[in-house]
Ligand binder design. Structure first.
Ligand code: R5P
Length: 303
């Protein structure tokens, strides 16, 4: 029997392409809120004895997690053969250690929770910094696919003389890979000091030699956009061309998108892991390939 894909919140941009690529049926579900705000969920398509793929948009995770947990538990109760999670954006990866005594290391707690709810996990470019692999904290089979091939393709096709700029040490992993894939274009990596959620300092060297390039700031995530705004401001101050900002996950908290435009960027481009008007990079094929190879490895797929 074909796998069954359950499209939970904020996944309309990916559910059709993913189901087609995986040869999966899309489940009919009744998902709504009771007047008191609690969740009602019913599977109209029975999941019994089928491999179930929960596709979940998990930006703003605290509002969405109950639905994911209820869907996973209900599918198991109804006899699904297996229940996996495709989370194009994986939240709760940034608190990866105790910065101040008494803090919750939420990446660990979240990973334990998800590992108990589903049998496997596929995501794209999770924020792996102090954790080097998902298996450091997730106890289920998990794959971190990369948007780099799709991002490199977009840059190759749309940007004249790009200079890729990674805003901090963590971004080296994405920027250097994308630079190679985009045809060996130039890239630099900056140093960032974060003082608070919206307070970052970035050290930009003398950029004179890049005057005739198009700066492309590349990062995994735009959240408050403080990072991109800080880099953009300094590029503008040095009289370089207005930069393009390019990220895998566009969260855009509280007016961040507008603030970044006002800072002087010429274009903001994101992948469709999170649905947003800035989406220009399609990662559905990358997600489908990662999902189908994980299903084959774990022996869950009959396709
Ligand atoms: C963190 O180190 C990440 O790689 C990003 O640089 C960060 O998430 C961006 O956050 P914000 O947009 O709030 O500066």
């Amino acid at each position: 029997m074909k796998p069954l894909l359950v499209a939970l919140q904020d996944t309309a941009q990916l559910s059709g392409p993913l189901a087609r690529a995986l040869g999966a049926d899309i489940a009919e579900i009744d998902l709504r809120r009771f007047p008191d705000g609690e969740t009602y969920l019913r599977f109209d398509t029975p999941p019994d004895d089928r491999d179930l793929i929960l596709l979940a948009g998990l930006a703003d995770p605290d509002a969405k997690l109950p639905t994911l947990v209820f869907a996973g538990q209900t599918a198991r109760t109804l006899g699904a053969k297996s229940v996996g999670l495709v989370a194009p954006y994986l939240p709760y990866m940034r608190q990866d250690r105790v910065f101040r005594p008494g803090e919750a290391v939420t990446s660990v707690h979240f990973a334990k929770w998800i590992s108990s709810c589903v049998d496997w996990l596929v995501t794209i470019d999770p924020h792996l910094h102090r954790w080097k692999a998902l298996s450091d904290i997730y106890s289920i089979p998990s794959v971190a696919a990369h948007a780099a091939p799709a991002m490199a393709e977009w840059i190759k096709n749309h940007v004249d003389r790009p200079l890729l700029i990674g805003p901090d040490a963590e971004s080296e992993q994405w920027v250097s890979d994308i630079a190679v894939r985009a045809g060996g274009v130039d890239h630099i990596v900056l140093a960032k000091t974060r003082h608070g959620d919206r307070d970052v300092d970035i050290a930009l060297p003398d950029m004179e030699r890049w005057r005739h390039h198009t700066p492309v700031i590349v990062d995994d995530t735009i959240s408050t956009a403080s990072t991109m705004i800080a880099v953009t401001g300094q590029l503008v101050d040095q009289g370089l061309r207005p930069p393009i900002c390019c990220a895998v996950h566009g969260i855009f908290a509280d007016g961040a998108h507008q603030a970044l435009l006002e800072a002087g960027t010429v274009r903001i481009v994101t992948s469709n892991t999170i649905s947003h008007p800035s989406n220009a990079i399609d990662v559905s094929g990358i997600l489908a390939d990662a999902t189908s190879s994980l299903l084959k490895q774990t022996g869950l797929s009959r396709t």
